[in-house]
Design a protein around this ligand. Sequence first.
Ligand code: FES
Length: 293
Amino acid sequence: MARLNPENEQRARGLIALYPQRRSALIPILHLLQAQDGYLTGDGMTHVGELLGLAGAEVRGTASFYDMLHTEPVGRYVVAVCTNIACMLAGAYELLAHAEERLGVAPGGTTDDGMFTLEDAECLALCGNAPCLTVNWRYFGDVDTTAFDALVSELAAGARADEVPAHGTLNRVERAAGLLATGATVHPASPGGALAADGIASRDPDLVASTAGTTGAVSGMATGPGRGADDPATGPGRGADDPATGPGRGADDPATGSRRGAGAHDAPDGPRRGGGDPAAGAGGGERGGDSRP
Ligand code: FES
């Protein structure tokens, strides 16, 4: 597949309606395209440029700048091993060497069966569970070589398909809230996306609650998609300003004092940047959360 399919083109038009300037929807739509095909195809980027009125060079310039966007095919699972300072001190290079040997590829390479792409990543912001890695932007911490082997075996067998969707899938829940361009409409496929009279979409508590999921664990690893991936329907940012909480990262949680809200991460010792929990404050709603359908 190359261009956005009709369903995704409709979603792209809905995304465009969220911004005062069409071009501001570029990155969210690129994520949408990547979720469709696993990487950004040339025809797909041309289509995105047509939708946004951008030159091909503008689209490609953005697509080639960000690590999260791939302009070449990658494996079904992109395994990014952090080798930054905290992880390095905890054995990240030994883990990376083991990953290279286990998968038979160097960083940047993809296994012959197209299952895994290995990456050497900078700090993934899970330093407290070093050494860590992400698989399709889902976090796995405290990973030793035994846990790594178990993880890739489970992934290859499809045993973690619910937890770790195919590469490109950031979030399987569509955006339901945010500041919209004046007069913009939300396309029908956006659940809970009713526009208020002032042009600010309402937050659907059920939808936000649905982003808080659970996850299994390979023995010895702190797992979980707690920080959550950016939603192609919300863009790579930290979530739309919430009219109830003011701009930025959401309201202070009176229960925790946290400005990020309670995380969707359900591991007791895991990171806590996840999706806004309506029970704990607005938090970083669009930023986090497991994305179980
Ligand atoms: S150094 Fe590895 S997550 Fe920060």
